[in-house]
Design a binder for this molecule. Sequence first.
Ligand SMILES: Nc1ncnc2c1ncn2[C@@H]1O[C@H](COP(=O)(O)OP(=O)(O)OP(=O)(O)O)[C@@H](O)[C@H]1O
Length: 963
Amino acid sequence: MNDLTMSTRKKTSEATSNLRVAVRVRPMNGTERSDKCSNIVKVDKSKNTVDLKSKPFGPFFRVYDADTTQEQIYSDLVSSQIKKVIAGFNCTVFAYGQTGTGKTFTMEGGRTDAKSSSDDPSTGIIPRAVEDIFEQLESSGCEEYSLRVSYVELYNEELFDLLASTISEDRERLRIFEDVNKKGVIVSGVEEVPVRNRSDVFKLLQLGAEKRRTAATLMNMHSSRSHSLFMVNVVVRENTHTGEELVKQGKLNLVDLAGSENIGRSGAQGNRAKEAGSINQSLLTLGRVIRSLTTNAQHVPYRESKLTRLLQDSLGGSTITSLIATMSPASSNFEESQSTLEYAMRAANIKNKPVCNSKVSKKTILKEYSDEIEKLRRDLRAAREKNGVIISQESHEEFQKNTEKCRELEQQLDYAVDGLRKFAEDFTHMDEQYKKLYDRKDQLEDRLRERIRDIAVKEKELVETNEKLDQHIQTIGLMHTAALKTYEQLLKSRDAAEEMETDIRAFWNKVDEMGEADNRNKETVDSFVKQMNLFINTISKQADSLKNEGIADSKAFVEEMKPEYQSIESVSVEITKNSEEIQSTVTSCFQKAVEIEKQATDRITKITEENHQKWDIVLKSCTDYYKAHSARSDDLNKQLVERLDEIKKQVSDFSEDVRPLLTEIRNTTCDAVEKRQEQSAANIKDVKSTCSTMAASLKVLLSQIEQLSVRAEENHEKQLISEQNTQESILSTLNTAENVIQSIEDMAEDQCDVREIDESAKSDLEGIDLDLETTVKEAREKASEREAEAKSVTNNLVVEASANRVEAMKSLYTFVESCSGNSEKCMKTKEAVEKKCGETSNKMVSLLNKYEEHSKETIQAAAAEVGKVHLEYVNPAGNVPPRIIPAYTMTAEQFSPPEPEALLGEKEDVDGSDEDELAKKKRRVTSFVRRDSLLDTTNVFLSPNAIRKRREQTIDEEEDIEN
Ligand SMILES: Nc1ncnc2c1ncn2[C@@H]1O[C@H](COP(=O)(O)OP(=O)(O)OP(=O)(O)O)[C@@H](O)[C@H]1O
């Protein structure tokens, strides 16, 4: 609307600039992905080019790939244009591209319900731009401004107002007409809604989007088939020094074009075809306009479509224009993408000459409007006055034209009046803002007055304080001197501290190094510990598995051995049983032996006693015989002595002859006894060997039997000894008897020989001989009887003993047999057990070998790991320089800093009533304090040189500096 009013104004133009064309490639959508389309677009941001199937397009102003955010695009392309709009330029941003490539997404954003761009990163250019306008107006301190937005839709070459209060299919279409002064097109009747804040704009955007949807439903149209144009008018008022009110005006057009796809490809028919034709008409005209503009054609066909008429000023006009060409990366859209890029390339060559709308005073505008209205009224009247006259055909046609013109003028008039009304509204709005500002100014003035009063009070206080200050200055001077000394000291300390700091830094570096080394060591140790844990786990697993294997093997072995053990057990039971049997058999044998022995002993004793008695009788009768014949013997002896001497000689001769015979008899008897003894010894030896065999075979188990056998042996020996003794006594008895017989025989023989000498004695001797013979005979008989008896007893004993021995031997053989059977069994079992043991031990050995091998490997691995462990050591004492803290001594110069009085001036008038003096004094004090301050303005300690320099400056110099 304001194009019209501004047409007569002077504009400031900028240099010619090309259309800023950017290309945006959206991400692949679901359909493209499911169709397995390939990506044929490559964006080169450094060169600002786009390769389509390796064919390069560009360079463009900017190129954006699928990852580019809405925020990046806005700040790159649009943000700078907002500044221009506020400065009074007209700017246009439009999005061009195939359906579904992200035009609406780029212009409006992902959501229409977002309250601000911070709510939703997908917020598009339109909401961001309006937000930005408000922000920039507020931050520039401009408080008198007015914003109006209008939102129209172009569909089938018809314009619809998206912010109108009602909407219906037969709603009033908006009309476009040329500005009278040929300075642009005017959309008559469009709502220009004033907005006061960003939330108003978001509401209008939502309303527009809602209306667009409703219209689409009502008219069966598709958003991609309509173009939408969002316009923001910014009016800013400024007051000059002279109080004149100036107004500057800028406009932002944000255009979302319909899809540029091929109609043939879309298969549109009927309404769709018409609709597509209309779209194409607009877009084709847009293309032609662009081509005409870039080929410097004489005629630019702006008027051939409403779209190009609306964008007339933006294409090759005075508007700053940006175009965003949107495209898909998918191979399925190759043709459309190619056409879009070609379109964009062409558009990039369009040249605009941006012009800034000049600031106009309120008066001028009002005058312009009233002049315009007056002129229009005049024109209208003039046109109307021609009505009702009878005219010719030509005149009628002219009349027709006039009527048409009249109608147009009426519309223009309406538009001008409307513009004036809006202008007045804007002014009222700005007046309201102004009133608010005025009120604020009054408030600020009140506050200023209060401040001035406060300042007066404060100044009074300052004078008093100043006086006190003077008193304090002296003290401060002294303190200052002391402070300076301290400061010098401090500086020294600072130097030392700096050195110490260097040391400490070196130390901390070292500590850091140590820490890092420690961390590395820790890592190494950790990894080592991990390795070791792994190692231990492996070992323990192996040990477990070996253990389990061993246990399983042992169990199996035990299971296998069970029957063997049972058989061993049965064998041992058998052995025990056998040993018991043997024991009982041997015991019974020995009992029998003892009995026999006892019987034999009893019999022998009895026989011996009987023999003794008999022999006593025999001896007694012999003794009696000898006693009775001793006397006679004495006599005879005498007779005999002589004879005996002779006989002695004869006897000795005889005995010499007989002795070998007797010796032979004795030897024979002795041989018989020895034989018996040898036989007994052999028997004993047999028993002994049997017993020793038994003892050897039975060893521990048969120790009892051994003892028994020893006892039996002893008993047997005793029995044999007693038997021997009996035999010997018998033999000796026999010997004695033989001797007696011999002597008697000898004597008898002697008596026979000396028959002549003693014939009387012969008869006596014969009687004695007869008696003796009888007695001897009896004795011999009895002795032979006893001998036979003893022999039979001995034989019986021998028989019984041999029977017992045979029995014992039998038992022993049986036992030995059973033992050997058992021992065979035992041996077999032992062999089986040994075999099993061997197998198991072999298994165990192989397991242990395996384990040893594993262990060796693992230990080698662990040793390798251990070998890898390298602990670092950082010598804490290394590289740390030796520290010498410098001793501090004060120089004479340090003791004599300038006196405060000298700085202040000795006899200064400190009367606070003199404002200049007070100010001067304040400055002196300030400069004194500042000059001798140890700190600079950023609170950093000054070097002694800097302080010295400050001190050397005179107060006057400082004053000059301050002034
Ligand atoms: N850069 C992008 N990032 C993420 N999604 C996008 C992008 N561009 C487009 N889209 C998505 O693609 C779909 C189509 O986008 P949009 O409606 O903006 O296309 P259009 O060109 O305006 O289509 P039409 O011409 O039919 O109006 C939307 O769901 C939108 O969210």
